[in-house]
Design a protein around this ligand. Structure first.
Ligand SMILES: CC(C)(COP(=O)(O)OP(=O)(O)OC[C@H]1O[C@@H](n2cnc3c(N)ncnc32)[C@H](O)[C@@H]1OP(=O)(O)O)[C@@H](O)C(=O)NCCC(=O)NCCS
Length: 165
């Protein structure tokens, strides 16, 4: 698949800078995709920090009730960017929205003079690993037994890095 295809798959969605009005939708998506999930208030506490920014994937021509299908939160400090969280509503999954959210975060991080971007991902999260590898992230570290599933299984967190310079 060519990179431009990601823009053709869901053309009715655009990436918008995230603001506090987006928090209820973002919290609902986080709840769908993560256990434990982050509340509206926890997301708010991050978004209001001046080092933190986010984007939402939202329908651009849908009248007064546009669907928000995903969001990303990231931080830039001292030349280093970090993805704090990213989630896409499963009903809109595998349609390029995660890729476009990550592209928006990478672009914004570059504009804030970040030279590298880091993230952590569960070694068993095939979708996220596929997305990050496609964007050029490489594994640079591993935290063993970092995550624990509801059933008690422990899995490693992979630390991944993308050079932005
Ligand atoms: C990871 C996530 C954000 C991807 O979002 P998405 O919009 O579905 O991803 P995209 O459609 O942009 O996919 C981009 C690439 O990622 C990979 N990918 C996405 N979903 C995949 C899946 N289910 N299985 C394998 N690879 C997948 C593929 O390489 C895909 O490219 P392709 O469709 O051209 O093959 C989404 O699955 C999600 O919200 N997961 C739950 C939350 C989560 O795990 N967040 C990351 C925590 S580190």
């Amino acid at each position: 698949m060519s990179l431009t295809d990601y823009f053709i798959r869901k053309p009715e969605f655009d990436m918008f800078a995230m603001n506090t009005a987006d928090l209820p939708c973002a919290a609902a998506i986080h709840k769908m995709r993560f256990t434990p999930s982050w509340s509206d208030g926890e997301l708010h506490a991050l978004l209001v920090q001046n080092t933190v920014f986010g984007f939402v994937a939202r329908q651009s021509n849908a009248g007064s009730r546009p669907v928000t299908a995903g969001f990303v939160l990231a931080r830039v400090a001292a030349g280093e960017a970090e993805i704090l969280t990213i989630g896409v509503d499963g009903r809109y999954g595998r349609a390029g929205l995660g890729w476009r959210l990550m592209q928006a975060a990478v672009r914004e991080a570059r504009s804030k003079n970040a030279e590298t971007m880091f993230l952590e991902v569960d070694e068993t999260n095939a979708a996220a690993l596929g997305l990050y590898r496609k964007l050029g992230f490489l594994k640079v570290g591993e935290r063993r037994a970092y995550y624990q599933s509801a059933a008690g299984a422990r899995t490693a967190a992979l630390v991944m890095r993308l050079d932005l310079a």
